[in-house]
Design a protein around this ligand. Sequence first.
Ligand code: BG6
Length: 248
Amino acid sequence: MSAHLRLPARITACLFDLDGVLTRTAEVHAAAWKQTFDAFLRRRGAGELARPFDADRDYGEYVDGRPRVDGVRAFLDARGITLPEGTPEDAASAETVHGLARRKNELVRALIASDGVKAYEGSVRFLAAARDAGLACALVTSSENATAVVDAAGLAHMFAATVDSTVAHTLGLAGKPAPDVFLEAARRLGVEPADAAVFEDALAGVAAGRAGAFGLVVGVDRVGRGAELRATGADIVVDDLAELLSER
Ligand SMILES: O=P(O)(O)OC[C@H]1O[C@@H](O)[C@H](O)[C@@H](O)[C@@H]1O
């Protein structure tokens, strides 16, 4: 029995975010951000100054979906903290934007190495059905660890194009919530944005899909953020991509 895709007829391409949409790695990122920011905040003071990073609200609002250093800046800004930028060569112990970003990345890599990566079964089925139906599929992620994550999840062969943070840096593309990375993926697939569907669990990613005028923006709600995903511009919200499949 093949699966039928419940998508508008004009959609010929699917642009997938990675962490939280295809793989169970949003929670890995959230845990690494929390460990990094909480240690940093404790070093700076007590009381309100050291209020811990909220792995649900702060993660969703400031860091989820954005390139790593953009996430550091957005969260610090929300707490009224300014740090020197530093450089990408900074040590993980440096009290700079890049130092915090490096610390967080070391934690993410350690967690991925120790725990591995699991894909969402419904997402894997949807991806396979989309490819079987002849839709072009691309991976569009703010992560620099995307190659390692899709390899570990066994999904690397599924995509006709990949636009990750490394590609974005090379091309000088703005990160999500700007639409640039999704537009580049559509260009690489040879489709118009109006003919492509964006699949995103992050508010910044949904905003990027809306800003790019894509044909469909699907919010993927893993943590009870459906109303916010809708308010940010998702056309529809699903708990799992398998909801967009019907057997025939
Ligand atoms: O630190 P990385 O692997 O380059 O990823 C950057 C960001 O990538 C996004 O996909 C995640 O939602 C964020 O949590 C993460 O911080």
